[in-house]
Ligand binder design. Structure first.
Ligand code: HAM
Length: 422
């Protein structure tokens, strides 16, 4: 191996999380978890490794993802393994596996990391974390209303206002009925139109029309489909239900198709209204047959995924990220005056820490004034200097960094002070 010239870059399309990024990540995850739990969703998780067959079953995911975007390898036992590209097949597998014991309707959430071999670009990476909220065993349309209301609440809980985002809703069953009314009944043609609609906002109007005509093979019918797809005036019971809950930044959008074949009814996506972030931030829908690949008794599901990359972009664009996230800062920093007293400093830190107050030591070689300044930078609240005088007299000085006040007392009394003031 060459010495010392290995790149410090991370693998293409994935991120390192330095502590300041981790603090943001944690803030996002904590907010997600709190909102999901406020709707009664329970947390679950699974391994990132899945047998590749899970993604090959008919109707499981979209072909593009299986063929071009999964990280798949053969393990030492000749099994084909895939790093999960999404959570929905996994949760369907888990629910189907315990379908006799679980109480339906059930509401579950998770924050998995997912891997997709995509071209890295703004908002899209090869590893991302995704909040997944899903409800199983509820066929009523109010379940669809609830899941969309939950996405709405997630944005509000980050401090967003409804004008900052828009929810666009469609329904695959309604789309099929509309195509059928035009005489388009062949399911493979409908699937092809749905996939094309999924790409509609990434291509020009002319390209869309040409591709559509190729699928349909008839100019008049093509025009009729375009009229349907471009109609934004309609509504449906899910949208009406949301309005009754006071959610108005929602509209029907017949171009919302979603890339996965498993959706069977309502489909929806959430868009940032700021043009800087024109990607979909959140997407989901109803899938009534996904558990059918595991057993004959199918359980309906509805849910959505919301990504961390685009969430952070959204919060930054709208200036919604708290400026100072210092929740991981220790409460107290113990500062030895000399390297020889490092162990004594560790002992003092230990005595405070076991009483439930986060404490660290600064065992670096800088001067005391610099160490205190570093403690302030880190967001610590107190320092205690440990020198030979302090150790001999048993009197230590607790410095309150925000108020720049000091108390000198025995360690035990300082501890009592810390506990009552913390
Ligand atoms: P999806 O539309 O593929 O849906 O992803 C949902 C969200 O995850 C996207 O709107 C985006 O925020 C984020 N996302 C997706 N791919 C990437 C990427 N490469 N980099 C960064 N963020 C990304 C699903 O995955 C469905 N399984 C969601 C679902 C749950 N449907 C029902 N239940």
């Amino acid at each position: 191996m060459n010495k010392g010239n290995l790149s410090t870059e991370s693998y293409k399309g994935v991120r390192d999380f330095y502590p300041e990024d981790m603090a943001v990540q944690r803030y996002i995850f904590d907010t997600w978890a709190k909102t999901a739990e406020s709707f009664g969703y329970e947390r679950y998780d699974a391994s990132i490794l899945e047998p590749s067959d899970l993604y090959r079953s008919k109707g499981a995911v979209n072909e593009e993802m299986v063929n071009e975007q999964t990280y798949t390898f053969t393990d030492r036992g000749e099994r084909e393994v895939t790093l999960r590209p999404e959570m929905t097949p996994t949760v369907a597998r888990m629910v189907a596996g315990k379908r006799r014991e679980l109480k339906f309707p059930l509401r579950w959430y998770s924050i998995p990391n997912l891997f997709r071999y995509e071209r890295p670009q703004r908002g899209r990476l090869r590893e991302h974390w995704q909040l997944n909220c899903d409800m199983f065993g509820a066929d009523d349309f109010t379940a669809d209303v609830e899941l969309i209301a939950l996405t709405h609440q997630l944005f509000l809980d980050f401090g967003a206002t409804p004008d900052m985002f828009e929810i666009r809703v469609n329904d695959r069953q309604e789309m099929s009925a509309l195509y059928n009314s035009l005489g388009i009944k062949d399911q493979s043609v409908i699937t092809a139109i749905t996939r094309l609609n999924d790409r509609k906002n990434k291509i020009t109007g002319a390209e869309y029309e040409t591709a559509l005509e190729e699928i349909i093979g008839d100019t008049k019918l093509t025009k009729a489909v375009i009229t349907i797809v471009e109609d934004t005036t309609g509504t449906n019971q899910v949208i009406d239900g949301l309005r009754e809950l006071g959610i108005y930044n929602v509209r029907l959008d017949r171009t919302i198709a979603r890339g996965f074949d498993y959706y069977t009814g309502t489909v929806f996506e959430v868009f940032d209204t700021s043009p800087e972030n024109n990607r979909s931030m959140c997407g989901g829908g109803r899938y009534n047959n996904l558990t059918a690949m595991f057993s004959d008794d199918t359980i309906s599901g509805i849910g959505f995924g919301m990504g961390d990359v685009i969430m952070r972009d959204f919060l930054e664009t709208h200036k919604l990220l708290p400026t100072h996230i210092t929740e991981t800062a220790p409460c107290v920093v113990i500062i030895p005056t000399d390297q020889k007293l490092n162990l004594e400093a560790q002992k003092v830190a230990h005595a405070i820490r076991i009483r439930g107050i986060s404490t660290t030591t600064d065992i670096g070689t800088k001067k005391i004034g610099k160490k205190i300044a570093d403690a302030v930078d880190r967001g610590a609240r107190y320092t205690i200097v440990v020198g030979s005088d302090e150790l001999q007299s048993g009197a230590f000085t607790l410095k309150n960094l925000a108020q720049t006040t000091e108390i000198t007392d025995s360690l035990e009394n300082l501890l009592t002070h810390l506990i009552t003031n913390n």
